[in-house]
Design a binder for this molecule. Structure first.
Ligand code: ASP
Ligand code: MG
Length: 433
C-alpha cells in the first residue's frame, strides 16, 4: 500500500491479503456454447413487496422478452418474509435445526417466483417458475450458508427454447446430499450471478430499492454520488465492509466468471452502477467510496493458538474478518454480529479466555487508484488526527484502508473523509468522456 502511515499510537497494523476471499467453485454450465441474447434479471425483496410491485416486475420481464432476448428472472422473498420465517422458527425452537431452517426459508422465494409467473401469465405471456433445485442449482451441504458447486441448466434452456420467461427462486439450491439448502442472507444475488455464468448471459441485472452503488451511504452522507462504474475488486472490498447492495459471494462469483453486473433501481429506468473489469476511469479516480458497518463484533482472545482458534471458527462457518495478533498470546479478530452465537460457543468450547466488544464500527476507504496514488493513508490518518479520533485495529489491502472507531464517532468520520477525498464532486461518478 502506498504512503506510510504517520507515526502515532495506532494499534498494530495487520494486512489481510486482498485476494483472500472465499474461493468460488467452478460452475459447470454451458460456457462453451455461449448463447447470445440472454439476460438474467434479479429482483430484491422490496421490488416484489406487494401484488402491484409483482405485476411491475412481470411487466419489466415481459418488456425484456419483447425485445427478443431470452429472459431469466430471479426473485427474492417478498418484503420481510425471510425475517418473519426466521422469527417463526425461533418461536418454536431456541436453536432451530439448520436443515429444517433451510426447508422453511426456501419457501419465501418460492412464493414470489410463483406469483411473478402468474402475473406474467395474466399479461398474456408464457412463464414457468422453478425452485432452486428444479433449476439445477447444486450446492455443498452447509445448511444456511451453502455454496453453489454446479449449475445444471438443462431445464432452464428447454423452457427458454420454448419461448418462456423462466423464473427461478433465489437464495436456494439442492445439496449434493439431496437436501434443500439456502445460500446465506442476500443469497438471491448469488443465484442470479451463477445462472448468468452458467447460461453465458450478456449481463446480470440486479434490480433493487436503491439507484446503484454510492460513494458512501446516502443516509449518512447526503452529497454521496452514484458511481457509474466500479471494478470487481472494489466491489468485493465494499461488499465485505458494509455496502449491502450485493452479497459478497455474488461479486466473487461475477469476478471469477467474468459476469458483468448492473445494479439499478426497480422503480426507475435510470442506469445504475456497472461492476466490471477495472478500467482507466477507476485508476484515475483514486477513491471509489467510504463504507461503514456496525454489524461486527470485535473479540479479544487468550489461551488459544491461532491455528486452533481459526480452525474451530472455520468449522462453525464463522466469517472472520480482521485478524490481529498482539503480543504472543492475545488474538483479536472481528466477526459478523450474526455469527455471535456460533463464535461464543466456539470460544467456550476451546476453553479460551475471551471478551467481546460491540461498540465499534468499521470504516473502509476503497479505491483501485490507491495502487498508483501514494499518500491516501497519510491523508486518512491526518484527518482522523484533526478530528481527535483514534483509529483501532487498522487493516489494509492494496485497494483498501480499514479501521474501527467508536459508534458515536462513525458518522462524523465518514462524512469528513468523504469530503476530504472530494467524493461529493461530479468527477467522483466516473462517467465516460
Ligand atoms: N430472502 C433472502 C434474504 O432475505 C435472500 C435474498 O433476499 O437474497 O436474505
Ligand atoms: Mg440483497
Amino acid at each position: 500500500m502506498p504512503g506510510p502511515a504517520p507515526p502515532g499510537p495506532y494499534n498494530l497494523v495487520v494486512t489481510k491479503p486482498a485476494a483472500e476471499y472465499e474461493t468460488v467453485s467452478t460452475v459447470h454450465g454451458d460456457e462453451g456454447q455461449r448463447v447470445l441474447g440472454t439476460v438474467v434479471m434479479k429482483f430484491g425483496g422490496t421490488s416484489v413487496g406487494d401484488p402491484e410491485k409483482i405485476t411491475n416486475v412481470a411487466r419489466r420481464l415481459v418488456a425484456a422478452r419483447d425485445r427478443g432476448v431470452r429472459v431469466v428472472g430471479v426473485v427474492s422473498a417478498m418484503g420481510h418474509t425471510t425475517d418473519e420465517l426466521l422469527e417463526l422458527a425461533h418461536e418454536v425452537s431456541p436453536q432451530p435445526d439448520p436443515r429444517e431452517l433451510d426447508m422453511l426459508l426456501s419457501v419465501g422465494e418460492r412464493i414470489s417466483c410463483a406469483l411473478v409467473a402468474m402475473a406474467i401469465d395474466a399479461l398474456g405471456r408464457e412463464a414457468v417458475s422453478l425452485t432452486g433445485s428444479q433449476a439445477g442449482i447444486i450446492t455443498d451441504t452447509v445448511h444456511t450458508k451453502a455454496k453453489i458447486v454446479e449449475v445444471r441448466a438443462r431445464r432452464i434452456h428447454e423452457a427458454l427454447d420454448e419461448g418462456r420467461i423462466v423464473l427461478v427462486a433465489g437464495f436456494q439450491g439442492m445439496s449434493t446430499g439431496l437436501d434443500i439448502t439456502t445460500l446465506g442472507r442476500g443469497g438471491s444475488d448469488t443465484t442470479a450471478v451463477a445462472l448468468a455464468a452458467a447460461l453465458g448471459a450478456d449481463a446480470c441485472e440486479i434490480y433493487t430499492d436503491v439507484e446503484g452503488v454510492y460513494t458512501a451511504d446516502p443516509r449518512v452522507v447526503p452529497d454521496a454520488r452514484k458511481l457509474h462504474a466500479v471494478s470487481y475488486e472494489e466491489m468485493l472490498e465494499m461488499a465485505a465492509s458494509g455496502a449491502k447492495v450485493l452479497q459478497l459471494r455474488s461479486v466473487e462469483f461475477a469476478r471469477n466468471h467474468g459476469v458483468k453486473l448492473h445494479v439499478r433501481s426497480t422503480f426507475s429506468d435510470e442506469p445504475g452502477t456497472w461492476i466490471t473489469e477495472e478500467d482507466e476511469r477507476m485508476e484515475k479516480a483514486m477513491i471509489s467510496g467510504v463504507t461503514h458497518t456496525v454489524e461486527e463484533a470485535v473479540y479479544r482472545v487468550q489461551g488459544a493458538t491461532p491455528a486452533d482458534l481459526f480452525a474451530a471458527l472455520a468449522e462453525k462457518n464463522v466469517n472472520v474478518d480482521t485478524i490481529i495478533q498482539t503480543g504472543t498470546d492475545v488474538i483479536v479478530f472481528s466477526a459478523p454480529l450474526d455469527d455471535r452465537g456460533a463464535t461464543a460457543g466456539t470460544l467456550d468450547d476451546l476453553g479460551a479466555t475471551w471478551s467481546e466488544r460491540d461498540d465499534l464500527g468499521k470504516i473502509s476507504i476503497v479505491g483501485a487508484g490507491m495502487k498508483s496514488h501514494p499518500g491516501i493513508a497519510s491523508r486518512t490518518f491526518a484527518t482522523l488526527h484533526d478530528l481527535a479520533v483514534e483509529p483501532q485495529f487498522i487493516s489494509t489491502s492494496p485497494i483498501k484502508i480499514a479501521f474501527y472507531v467508536p459508534h458515536a464517532e462513525l458518522e462524523r468520520v465518514v462524512k469528513t473523509l468523504h469530503a476530504v477525498f472530494d467524493l461529493g464532486s461530479p468527477d467522483a461518478e466516473r462517467r465516460h468522456g
